[in-house]
Design a protein around this ligand. Sequence first.
Ligand SMILES: CC(=O)N[C@H]1[C@@H](OP(=O)(O)OP(=O)(O)OC[C@H]2O[C@@H](n3ccc(=O)[nH]c3=O)[C@H](O)[C@@H]2O)O[C@H](CO)[C@@H](O)[C@@H]1O
Ligand SMILES: C=C(OP(=O)(O)O)C(=O)O
Length: 428
Amino acid sequence: MGHDVRYRVRGGRQLHGTVFVQGAKNAVLPMIGASLMAAKGRTVLRNVPIIEDVRRAVELARAIGARAELHETERTLVIDASSLSSPVLPADIASRFRGSFLFVPALLHRLGEAVIEGVGGCNLGSRNLDFHYNGFKRMGATVTENVGDDGDGVIHIKAGDLRGGTLYCDTPSHTGTENLIMAAALAQGTTLIKNAALEPEVLDNIAILQAMGAKISGGGTGFITVEGVDELTAVEHTVMPDRIDAGVFVMAAAITGGELNLVGATLEHLGVAADKLEQMGVEFHQQGAVLQVRRERTLRPINVITDEYPGFATDLQSPIMALSCLADGPSYIYERIFDGRFKLADELGKMGADIDVDGNRAKVNGPRGLRGAEVEAHDLRCGSALVLAGLAAEGETTITSAYYLDRGHAHTAERLSQLGADIVREVS
Ligand SMILES: CC(=O)N[C@H]1[C@@H](OP(=O)(O)OP(=O)(O)OC[C@H]2O[C@@H](n3ccc(=O)[nH]c3=O)[C@H](O)[C@@H]2O)O[C@H](CO)[C@@H](O)[C@@H]1O
Ligand SMILES: C=C(OP(=O)(O)O)C(=O)O
């Protein structure tokens, strides 16, 4: 806290070699939330990405009374939630990452209430939580907002006896679906969740919950049914690979004209992004659990519309904006999920890019040679996109506010350096 993290990248090197895709940020965070629902035993999570969001989640788990040990070298997290003691998700930790809100179902079931002093996550425009709150209310909870000592709103959810019902998401919210599934898992009776998210991480979270004893069916169909059970048991589970981390490394190969083997990457998990990257000139070759990628041809321009899975992931929108700066003609990007996810355009502009933004649409006028500059990571994927731009730029790029990047990508400088990049991480 309070330190400025910067990455310095000197561009112009092609990347070659083998890289290990990290465990998925958006899978491990709900799993930590799920592990807090087990009143006995110790949960063991393997292939845990060593990212700042996981460190914050460990701090938050401890703040509510759980014992949590992160074994960084082994990428293993052990959680004993037998003695949860506080329903308060304190602002100084919870407001630093979005996944903090995934602790709410465990608090409701284990302590009968949750006090939310803040919820963080990247600032991408509106990030509402009404689907979560409405779902909890339909299950019998009461939700009230009070103004805290510092003037900020504090949300208090009282569970009462949570009971199953018919719930829905107006749009298939990723964490909304996970929170409603977890709330339903220990509720009385049956819950139907309509318009549920289809993301692979949601399915991985269903898998761990099922192993814990939850009765969940319909994952991946948009209609999820949950039969409430009396208790959940601590289990051991391996976190799935991070498809966004994989996508960024695909683009690192593409933007430098290199060739990489991505260990643990699954082409299917990239959804429409794989097709768009192929259209741009990336060649994929899946060999078991290793995805081989290379780009030899000139990059072609692309049209991208972000959408829920299996559509083009919004978390890969910034990285492909950086890539399309080098494409041989204008690319068009329509951001449908978030209403404020184009802060990157101005930063790329400092590096010589020419991007017109109009509301949620952007036109990237390629090709433009990029040159090194001092730029700011306004959010996590803005950070990964600026690293990509730096890899292709002439001269040195300094990326400030890079804590955001560290929120979601593990060992960025080490992994890229091993592939031939000239990149260092600095903390001051
Ligand atoms: C920790 C985690 O898993 N984060 C991911 C998750 O965020 P997160 O789960 O927060 O994203 P959602 O799918 O919930 O949000 C998508 C859109 O739905 C709206 N919405 C959502 C919930 C709600 O109650 N009301 C509402 O209006 C949001 O304002 C946003 O415009 O999915 C996003 C979309 O794939 C990803 O970018 C994030 O990396
Ligand atoms: C938006 C993101 O994460 P979060 O929801 O955790 O802010 C992201 O991973 O790009």
